[in-house]
Design a binder for this molecule. Structure first.
Ligand code: OAD
Length: 235
């Protein structure tokens, strides 16, 4: 492996074979809700109970899914890179916990996490493995009706952008896995990586909106093509 610094961006496609629906394929993840209703601050303000229920169901559904070989392979790559003194950042747009359960550490969840919630009044963020309701009281400030899913909705600013951009600007290789390239800022990471001189590789089921930006695109299911690529990398 002659690559020293890698940034990997993952999207819903990496969790598809675990049984979590992607967003933009038929019958996508918003489960027949208009996206404005369940993935915007305005939708939450209009009907917080409905939105809490939607995310409670998705959080509970995590118990029925398992990481697949793509998650496990990335965790292996992370361990190998670090053992060899290299740097690797796994950035995910996914709000599931399958990278962590596949063995990856320090995963950067730029769109938040289903198993986290925060208080909109005092900004206290906390782990959450249970249902929350409009009536839930914040354990930090004791306010009621202010605890909400720690999910970055449309119109909100993704997390950890400074750290992600710093890592992309100094990486040798940027790899995008299972994402449609439809949502910015993640869709623009490949251009930043290229601008700063990195090689760029896309692993996806089909040609994506951003494919033409990549030096190389490999098509197939993440559960096969990611482990194959990791084998190439670690030998
Ligand atoms: P999308 O649903 O937009 O795209 C999923 C991509 O994965 C598509 O290009 C599919 O072809 C590909 N795919 C499907 N099955 C696959 C498989 N088995 N192996 C490999 N690739 C596969 O999901 P994202 O790009 O992740 O944001 O969507 C980006 C953001 O849009 C999400 O994080 C979400 C949504 O708005 C927020 O919730 C803030």
């Amino acid at each position: 492996m002659n690559v020293n610094k890698i940034v990997i961006l993952t999207g819903a496609g990496i969790s598809a074979e675990s049984g979590i629906k992607t967003f933009r394929d038929t019958g996508g993840l918003w489960e027949d809700h208009p996206v404005e209703q369940v993935a915007t601050p305005e939708g939450y303000a209009a009907d917080p109970a409905l939105v809490q229920r939607f995310y409670n169901l998705r959080r509970a559904a995590l118990k029925d899914v398992e990481p697949n070989p793509a998650h496990v392979a990335l965790a292996t790559l992370q361990r190998e890179m670090q053992a060899r003194g290299g740097e690797i950042m796994i950035v995910t747009q996914n709000v599931d916990d399958l990278h962590e359960r596949g063995g990856a550490k320090n995963v950067v969840h730029m769109h938040g996490e289903l198993k986290r919630v925060f208080c909109a009044a005092c900004d206290h963020h906390m782990d959450c493995d249970y249902d929350i309701f409009v009536e839930t009281t914040c354990p930090a400030c004791k306010t009621t009706s202010t605890v909400r899913p720690d999910i970055v909705w449309f119109g909100e600013i993704p997390y950890h952008m400074d750290a992600i951009e710093r890592a992309i600007k100094k990486c040798d290789l940027f790899v995008s896995i299972g994402t449609s390239g439809a949502v910015y800022p993640a869709a623009g990471f490949v251009q930043i990586a290229k601008h700063y001189g990195a090689d760029t590789l896309e692993l996806n089921l089909e040609v994506s909106q951003g494919s033409y930006h990549f030096d190389e695109t490999r098509l197939g299911k993440a559960g096969s093509i990611v482990p194959d690529w990791v084998k190439e990398m670690v030998g």
